[in-house]
Each structure stands twice: as structure tokens, then as C-alpha cells.
Design a protein around this ligand. Sequence first.
Ligand SMILES: NC(=O)c1ccc[n+]([C@@H]2O[C@H](COP(=O)([O-])OP(=O)(O)OC[C@H]3O[C@@H](n4cnc5c(N)ncnc54)[C@H](OP(=O)(O)O)[C@@H]3O)[C@@H](O)[C@H]2O)c1
Length: 273
Amino acid sequence: MNEKRWVLVTGASTGIGRACAELLASRGFGVYACARKRGDLRALEGIDGVVSLKLDVTSPGDVAAAAKLVRKRGGGLYGLVNNAGIAVAGPLSDISDREMQAQFQVNLFGVHRVTREFLPLLMDSRGRIVMISSDSGFFATPFFGPYCASKFALEGYSDSLRRELAACGVGVVIVEPGRVTTPIWDKGEKSLERSGKSPFAETARKIGEHAIRKGKTAGLPPSAIAEKVREALTVRRPALRYLVAPSTLKYRVIRLLPARRVDRMIQREIERM
Ligand SMILES: NC(=O)c1ccc[n+]([C@@H]2O[C@H](COP(=O)([O-])OP(=O)(O)OC[C@H]3O[C@@H](n4cnc5c(N)ncnc54)[C@H](OP(=O)(O)O)[C@@H]3O)[C@@H](O)[C@H]2O)c1
């Protein structure tokens, strides 16, 4: 009989997902760590307490096969960490339908697909779902429109889900990281190479470069987010949202000020660049 509580983490190849898989496994959880590439799956399998699963969240076949395997292994599922994510950036006037769809395919539709598939197991265990959102889920910055839109959507989705599932004892917790130093910033560098035609392309590039520089040098370590995820999965009464950032002052100011004041602050920041 398997006594462990099992948690499934999507996007566990690198960054926050990988840190969650490592931390949760080291604290006695059984972890289904999901990745897309064979090398990543092998590396995850080498961690004590981890079972690696091939899972591209945009593939209904992968999601169904992963759920089948989890059911077959027994042991149930106590936690789901919807972590897999990509960041599409650039001036909205340059973003194609395909790019916008790709953004939502992973950050929203992928979350929905995975959550729906594993929900029966989570209902059986009266377990928890942790959504890895972002500060971009409540603060919309310019030239990160697709990413911000996807995380705002994820926040709404999560609020609806939490209220739907309250009666059956499944918790939904949103974790909102600020800047975290992970490979997402290296991937962002590639998106700066996009050849934008809009009059905003140059400004977007400057802002993108600034964000990437900060992300690579002044972010929290992924382990800080993993620690919050562990808390969300284990404390008796978790918060509905955990904002995890080096300083939360900026966010408190933004929430207090009228939106037009925030617009002017952002405009001034852009002009100074
Ligand atoms: N880093 C930050 O500053 C920050 C801040 C706020 C929120 N977040 C959020 O944190 C989460 C993790 O990001 P990270 O910073 O740790 O970046 P990361 O290191 O790039 O990790 C992203 C993970 O998502 C996976 N992924 C991408 N597309 C996928 C798909 N179609 N199916 C399954 N997995 C897929 C990646 O797999 P591959 O290796 O196969 O591509 C990788 O494992 C994301 O939701 C991100 O939005 C990050």
C-alpha cells in the first residue's frame, strides 16, 4: 500500500517546476514530474521520489495518457501544480493570431486541459490545485500583452474554479511570483529578435532587454517559489493568493493608485529608458 501523497507538477524540466519537484520529493511527497523532452525526463527520473511523465499540456493525447498512468499506479493524486508556461512578448500591434494562440494554448488552455483530466482524482483525495500565475496576472505591463492577458485569464479561471470546487473540498491556490531567475529569460531573448514593423518595436526592444537583464540578475531563486508551493499544499488553511517577490511595496502602490496615475508612472519610466 502506497502511503505517500502524490503531486503532479507540469513543466518540471527547468526553473520553478524543477525546483517544486525537487523540494516536494525531498519533503516526502511522491512527485509526478512532467516534461516534454526525453533528456529532461531521464534527469527527473534520477531524483529520489520522482516519477517522470511525458506531458505536453497542448497535447490532449499526452494529458489523457498521463492521467491513465497515474490512475493505473494507484496511490491517487493529492496535488496538481499547474506550472508549465511560456511568455510571448512584443508590441500587441505586431502579435500575430498564431503567437497569441500559442500563448493561450499553454498558459490557459493547457491548464484547463490538465485540470479537467485530473480533477476526479483530486476530488477523491479532497486535494489541492496550485496555479502558478504571476505578478503579470494583476499588473499589466506594456509590451508583455500576450503574457499578461494569459495570466489575467488564469486568475479569473482560478477564482471561478475555487468557487466551484469549494463544496467538494478541493482547494485552489494561486501563486504569483514576481521576477524569478529561470531559463524563461533566455527564451525571452529569442523573442527580442522578432522583426517588428510597428512604430513601437524599438521601445518594446528596450523594455524587453531591461526586463531580461533584471530577470537574469535580480530575480528570486526558483526555490523561493517552490517553498510557497509546498506551503500552499500543506498548511491547513492556505491563503487564496501568495505574492512572492523580493519587495511587495511596488505592488501595494500600484493597487492603491488610480490607474491613470499608474499609466503616467509607466510612461515616465519608458521615457527615461
Ligand atoms: N521566471 C519568472 O520570473 C516568472 C515570474 C512569474 C511567473 N512565472 C511562471 O512560472 C512558470 C514556470 O516558469 P519558469 O520561470 O520556471 O520558466 P522555465 O524555466 O522556462 O520553465 C517553463 C516550463 O514550462 C514548460 N513548458 C513550456 N511549454 C510547455 C508545454 N506546451 N507543455 C508542457 N510544458 C511546457 C517548459 O518545458 P520545456 O523545457 O520543454 O520547454 C518548462 O518546463 C510559468 O508559468 C511562468 O509564467 C515565472
